[in-house]
Write a protein that binds this ligand. Structure first.
Ligand code: UD1
Ligand code: UDP
Length: 361
């Protein structure tokens, strides 16, 4: 069986790694990198660390407006699919690369498998919400990470081809957490002690592209009362520079701060930083989940989350408003013990490969 996998953005490299490894034991996988993310720290580093095979096609689309970026991807992916004639097009998550891959395949009559199907924020101002709804509605195989995702699809009338497989990010975290703990030197490099700092990430346009909102978040991070390691996404770096200097503490009104901006880090360093953080503050989908996997309290800097189980279990608190609100959320209270295992058993990739095989004939 031949599968064309389409990836393009940082979290997709991480999601694809465990699946790709299992798929290639039995099937031919053709890997397409759209080039949505292209900086070394946003792309190459993950291929090297997670031993992801070199892409067969590097489309090099790069950044652009939504229509321009998605449209160019659509054209180029269509050419690849026509040349390869796969049994499946496999897409991940909810980025523009996901939608372009799904749409190009669906229009050619090539079956689409969507990993991380059924996620919803119900916030239509997020580009991801459009991408995931549209992708789910043209997918033939909907591979859900949680029971909530299965239920949300059923509420939209989508039940055919829907399977609960677990979360591939849990597979990846389970496979790499120990390697990261053994190999990463990031704590020593940054002079950090386990439990002695918070970790923050931020890249949602509604947090970064509104200067007033960005200032509120930075002010909150600066007032946490402990060092905050902030690996800065390139979108955010550009907005910080506009706010008042390349230095992010300066952008946060020059507060003396605990806020330490660093370049985006590789996956091993990120896992090490997450596992040893006292608290994580983020608007990232993946980082919220990883906080939960490692039983690290998380404050989500958003009005809502797709990963409702993490909030229901008490390990994740939503904070959308002024700095006081963020600081109050950061104070907890937080649960004890291990979070309930709602993301599967770490073998989602095996289930996905088996379903592609059995449904692919
Ligand atoms: C994209 C996804 C988002 C995902 C995120 C993961 C969409 C609509 N958004 O958001 O769902 O959560 O990736 O990180 O698909 N840039 C660089 N170098 C890079 C990549 C981007 O400098 O390697 C800068 C460019 O200025 C670009 C901006 O970041 O315009 C935004 O990049 P883009 O891929 O459009 O969206 P993200 O915010 O990364
Ligand atoms: N990540 C990383 N280095 C960083 C920031 C994030 O390796 O500097 C990883 C993180 O561990 C998670 C994934 O990237 O696995 C999340 O991607 P991102 O936050 O860009 O996107 P989202 O999950 O919100 O779509």
């Amino acid at each position: 069986m031949k599968i064309v996998t389409i990836v393009g953005a940082r979290p997709q490299f991480i999601k694809a790694a465990p699946v790709s490894r299992v798929l290639r034991r039995q099937h031919r996988e053709v890997l397409v990198h759209t080039g949505q993310h292209y900086d070394r720290a946003m792309s190459d580093v993950f291929f090297a660390e997670l031993a992801i095979p070199r892409p067969d096609y590097e489309l090099g689309i790069g950044s652009g407006s939504h229509g321009q970026q998605t449209g160019q991807m659509l054209m180029r992916i269509e050419e690849v699919l026509q040349a390869e004639q796969p049994d499946w097009a496999l897409v991940y998550g909810d980025t523009n690369s996901t939608l372009a891959g799904a749409l190009a395949a669906a229009k050619l009559g090539i079956r689409v498998a969507h990993v991380e199907a059924g996620l919803r924020s119900f916030n239509r101002s997020m580009p991801e919400e459009h991408n995931r709804v549209l992708t789910d509605h043209c997918a033939d195989l909907l591979l859900c990470p949680t029971q909530t995702a299965v239920d949300l699809l059923a509420a939209e009338g989508v039940t055919r081809g829907v399977h609960l497989v677990g979360d591939v990010m849990y597979d990846a975290a389970r496979q790499f957490a120990e390697v990261a703990a053994a190999r990463s030197t990031i704590l020593a490099d940054l002079g950090l002690s386990s439990g002695g700092y918070a970790l923050a990430t931020l890249h949602r346009p509604y947090n970064t592209d509104d200067p007033a909102r960005l200032r509120v978040v930075l002010a909150a991070l600066n007032r946490l009362g402990l060092p905050v390691i902030f690996p800065v996404h390139p979108r955010t770096r550009a907005r910080l520079a506009e706010l008042g200097g390349a230095d992010c503490a300066a952008a946060a009104d020059g507060a003396a701060a605990g806020l330490r901006c660093v370049d985006p880090v590789g996956y091993m360093d990120m896992l090490a930083l997450e596992q040893n953080a006292r608290l994580i503050l983020t608007d990232s989908g993946g980082v919220q989940k990883e906080a939960y996997f490692f039983a690290v309290p998380c404050v989500t800097l958003r009005p809502e989350t797709e990963w409702v189980e993490t909030v229901q279990a008490g390990w994740n608190r939503l904070a959308w408003g002024d700095a006081e609100l963020v600081l109050a959320a950061a104070r907890g209270p937080w649960p004890d013990g291990a979070p309930p295992p709602v993301f599967g058993d770490g073998y989602a990739a095996e289930r996905i490969a088996a379903l592609l095989h059995t449904q692919g004939g």
